[in-house]
Design a binder for this molecule. Sequence first.
Ligand SMILES: [Zn+2]
Length: 463
Amino acid sequence: MPEFDPYLKENHDRFESDLFEWLRMASIGTDSAYDKEVRQTADWLAKKFTGLGLHTETIETCGHPLVYAESPKIEGAPTVLVYGHYDVQPPDPLELWDSPPFEPTVRDGKVFARGATDDKGQMITHVFGVETFLKTRGALPVQIKFLIEGEEESGGAGLKGFLNGEYDNEIPVQEKIKADIAVISDCSQYAPGKPAITYGLKGITYYQLNLTGPNRDLHSGSFGGTVANPANVLCKMLAALVDDQGRVQIPGFYDSVQELSQREREQFAKLGFSDDEYKQELGLDALAGEAGYTTLERRWARPTFDVNGLWGGYQGEGAKTVLPAKAAAKFSCRLVPNQDPKFVQVSLRKMLEDLCPPGIEMELVAVHGAPGFVLSLDSPYMEAASRAIEKGFGTKPVFVRSGGSIPVVNSFSQVLGIDTLLLGWGQDDDNLHSPNEKFSLEDFHRGIKSSCYLWDEIAKIEV
Ligand SMILES: [Zn+2]
């Protein structure tokens, strides 16, 4: 019998009852009416860590506390930083839940509760993984540092302050949480039975463009054709940013784009993604995007431009023949690894200034930006995680990327200079942030088992 199986088997039911106990605590971080429950949730976790003999701290912040725990340093072996969050989204609308959000209920082998998959259920697999390892072998082969926050769903001000060195003066933060690799389980598998390692994320650069023309709204008959209309100009300027082939027209935009390798393209192609099902799911008769790339390649690894909102002029019922004095839009580009949001911003501003005609005043507000992330498929940490997941799930993981961004991954890269392994045990349809959030209990146990092996596999990497 594989080494960890006896302990996993013996504690199978207790892992579940512990999880349910934790899920019963309504740790809604964004609503101060639940401050007591949030604190109780953090305390519960801290007690778990203490029970494992880990050096444990509850770090007070401007918001909810961080729960930090670490095992002893192992000379010559990597240190792993495990990140997760114990806060949950508000459960509203309550009437759409089939069972109460804070009364974990099992149906079809899945536990339904707020936080089941995002992120209490996934995060705790690593706590039980460490427990199983310790109880089976007596000591961990790598140093593990847990950094678990309570404000992931509400802005993360506490973690930001901590990473800026605001709360712990004894040891500089870069020293305290120094690690060789970070591990986060707060995402999904590719599909049921297809565990995945997410090795790439997109970055983003987000703007608001404000255009102002005449000093007041004008009659479009009396004044039309004699002055520049900000709404017309807005359409023209936005349209110039992307061509018919889906190529973004900002000068230099593609210069630093990390191209997909042949190996990546082959791996994406093997995932069996269906354009037809995708169209059907979205109610479309055709897809669109950058020419020369498949749907998955566009979603995961090609930069994009999208208008996120635009307004100007009359929007009520009927007709109003107005020539609006102002028009504006919010738009963003999703970026891919190696693209620099600052470079894009400078080039975009210059392009828009050149496009903006006399008679229109332009203001471009840069709202926020973050670079993309990619971990090499050849990284020894990827290989270690892949072997661990194979042992935990009984099947090799697939390698996927995501069109989204995870700010904490960028923080770990900037503050600690380390990469992150994104190991998701959930499913895309787990209803995170929605009513009836769920998590497969089978995947919960497979996650725990993968976690046990992960420490062992990472220990083989020389540092
Ligand atoms: Zn989450």
